[in-house]
Design a protein. Sequence first.
Length: 263
Amino acid sequence: MTAVAMVAEFDDVAGWTADAVEQLGERHAIPATCRGSASPAALAWLAEACELSPGISLLDVGAGAGGPSAWAAERFGVRPILLEPMPAAGRAAARLFGLPILAADGRRIPLRTGSVDAAWCLGMLCTVQDKAAVLEEIHRVLKPDASLGLLVLLAHGPQTHPAPEGSYFPTERELSVLLDDTGFELLEQIDQPGEAPLSWSRRAEQVAAFVATRHRTDPAYTLAAHQGERFTHLFASGQIAVRLIHAISRSAGHPLKPRMEER
Ligand SMILES: C[S@@+](CC[C@H](N)C(=O)[O-])C[C@H]1O[C@@H](n2cnc3c(N)ncnc32)[C@H](O)[C@@H]1O
């Protein structure tokens, strides 16, 4: 993704969102910081699939401003570790939820091999070209047989509308090959399970409206809004769709397959 579009979409908006939540009230925090990635039904599916439970560590790769991790901590008692390279997004998560943040890239996770109980990666894989590098790193830090919950936007057929800058949508087949090659076994997958209830979506909309009122004239706002319009177009025309995936990291007895370019 171009640096400017990425900073606008993931960093500037995250900081503005945290400001807005502080004005509107903390009940807005989780809905507003699950940035287009998840509804409570999707999070619940992922949490149940990954068998989250109190006290386990959950690494959230590309955590943004922290909504999904905060939800998992609140509802399932996990100990989230957020990994997010954008500084204002990390600061937003710290301000709103007081969660620990690793300011790092998903391709080089600063954690010990085999040290994490479960991982989520929601809406992030589509923003990196080298998805295998991210998945290999997640595999490295996960314990054997640990769960990975993914939310991925899959490409359906040829794309006739322009993608948001910096987005690379895999097909279902490409993703399943990627998971297999990087040491994961895909156990289960479903399409997005239903809409968020009004109690959730209204809060997210109120925060978005607050941000728009304050920042509409900022060039970064225009850039982020343009990215959003491209997503809306692709969703509406059926060219991308949300897929939730539960995979497990194969244990050491199943070595990684050589990457495509190494074959
Ligand atoms: C669509 S947002 C999703 C945020 C969050 N997971 C959620 O569901 O609300 C994608 C996030 O991935 C982060 N990201 C992009 N490239 C990354 C990379 N190479 N390593 C780690 N995170 C990255 C972005 O900064 C952004 O916060």
